[in-house]
Design a protein around this ligand. Structure first.
Ligand code: MLT
Ligand code: ZN
Length: 480
């Protein structure tokens, strides 16, 4: 450890006394795995990881760090796509891991609520709900690693937003440690609670810049008793959207996920991920993964899937389709979609454009961006995929096969600007579900500048006047 990555000795002593050996890690070997983000975009430095065992311990630790002027970076499962949980290079920022706050505090199948601490892994929360015969519907590729604190702090979306909304819509109440060590005890499990400013919503999507979420009261749903998953080859982006519309018009409540994949993306999954193969007789340029679910035991989903797919086949929109016959087949079809990020990573360097547009404009987004990107970087490969049903497409770009990855990545901001210009024209957003983190702070002025950014800065300085909570994330410039 170099001297500039040491904690001030009085703070170190106080934290040691408060947190004990399990709660404070200062050995470089323990800290090192948490200094880089999942995508490998950033490499930070930090003198310590704080691992409080309770909300009260965290509150006291925050008070100590605040008094010493030490910045704090919250850490969940470290699956941020935008460097949201990585400390900067200064070596001054401590990492605050919520990993030991990992209890399900309560679960009530009558109220349909689940109270989980921030360090509970998303999959664990889903499993706990399932054991009680219920459903916690938030679902995303990183669910085996991402935590409740992380998915709320980023207002994660994922695959089921089309039906259940984002993390925010699943949140009823929060417990939060504020930048001065105060604690909001807001774990109310109420559907109606109009009692002044809805402070809980400030912390969802704030990426830890206003305080640290320590626990959440979450909304559950009845479990699915019937499910149908189909993989479809469609004729075009428009045909994919038209298929979505057909299902929505026939039974909106049945659509649990509606995911678009390009042939290029499926090709990469087949090439790099063991056990994945094209599920249809022929390769296709445009594909859809459709997931229907119902809490009714005889929901008629098979008949619905077959009849709508048949109509779409007759209309020439669907070229071929397969409906899974078992849980194993359903999982195998989902894997093709969920392994897209990993397959892209293995293929080489890629730039992610996590954008959203009104659902009706998704085909235009994909088409125009693909043309613009290949004109910008000849030989590059657009890999659009994602949540067509809610308008959020990952308009990602894979490097040209022969190009040096570093040369390609040096163009990252040109690539993002290129897509964002189209997104702006289509009245969309430059960050749909991954958040701002460190990667996109420089876009905030342009996209959210004026009164909107001014209000965000005012909130930040009111709650965190010393700027110690996850500095350098979300807000650009000095006020971050
Ligand atoms: C996903 O939906 O798989 C991720 O959010 C997208 C990505 O890796 O770009
Ligand atoms: Zn996504």
């Amino acid at each position: 450890m170099t001297p500039d990555t040491m904690l001030p000795p009085p703070l170190l002593d106080a934290l040691q006394a408060l947190l004990g050996p399990r709660g404070l890690l200062t050995e470089h070997a323990d800290i090192a795995p948490w200094l880089a983000d999942w995508r490998g975009l950033y490499q930070g430095a930090s003198p310590a990881i704080l691992r409080p065992g309770s909300t009260e311990e965290l509150a006291q630790a925050v008070r100590l760090c605040a008094a010493a002027g030490v910045p704090m970076v919250p850490m969940g499962g470290n699956t941020s796509m935008v460097g949201g949980a990585t400390p900067d290079e200064s070596g001054r920022q401590v990492i605050v891991s919520l990993a030991r706050l990992n209890r399900i505090r309560a679960l009530d199948p009558l109220d349909m609520t689940l109270v989980a601490e921030a360090g509970v892994v998303l999959k664990t929360a889903q499993d706990a709900a399932a054991e009680a015969g219920c459903l916690f519907p938030l679902s995303l590729g990183a669910e085996g690693t991402a935590t409740i604190g992380g998915v709320l702090s980023t207002n994660a979306g994922g695959n089921t937003t089309v039906r259940y909304g984002n993390a925010r819509e699943l949140m009823l109440g929060l417990e939060v440690v504020l930048p001065d060590g105060g604690v909001i005890h807001g774990l109310r499990r109420l559907r109606k609670d109009n009692t002044g400013y809805a402070l809980r919503h400030l912390f969802v999507g704030a990426e830890g810049t206003l305080g640290f979420i320590t626990a959440a009261a979450l909304r559950m749903y009845p479990r699915a008793r019937e499910q149908e998953v189909a993989f479809c080859a469609v004729g075009s982006e428009d045909a994919a959207l038209s298929l979505f519309r057909r299902f929505r018009d026939r039974d909106e409540g049945a659509v649990r996920a509606f995911e678009y994949m390009s042939g290029t993306g499926v090709d990469l999954a087949v090439r790099h991920i063991e056990g994945i193969a094209w599920p249809l007789g022929a390769r296709a340029d445009h594909c859809v993964l459709l997931d229907l679910a119902s809490s009714r035991p005889q929901g008629g989903l098979r008949a619905l899937a077959e009849s709508v797919l048949e109509e779409a086949l007759d209309a020439g929109e669907v070229l071929d389709a397969v409906i899974a016959e078992s849980d194993a087949q359903r999982a195998a079809l989902w894997r093709i979609r969920d392994e897209h990020p990993e397959a892209q990573k293995r293929e080489g360097a890629s730039v992610k454009n996590d954008v959203s547009v009104p659902v009706s404009r998704v085909p235009e987004l994909i088409r125009r961006s693909s043309v613009a990107l290949t004109a910008l970087i000849p030989g590059s490969r657009p890999v659009p995929f994602g949540h067509m049903g809610d308008g959020n497409i990952h308009m990602n770009l894979e490097q040209p096969e022969a190009m040096d990855p570093a040369v390609f990545l040096a163009r990252a901001h040109d690539i993002m600007d290129c897509v964002n210009a189209i997104v702006r024209d289509l009245e969309g957003s430059f960050s749909a579900e991954h958040g701002i983190g460190r990667l996109k702070t420089d876009m905030m002025e342009d996209w959210r500048g004026g009164a909107e950014l001014g209000a965000m800065r005012a909130i930040k300085s009111a709650l965190d006047p010393l700027g110690l909570m996850n500095p350098g994330k979300v807000l650009p410039g000095p006020a971050s």
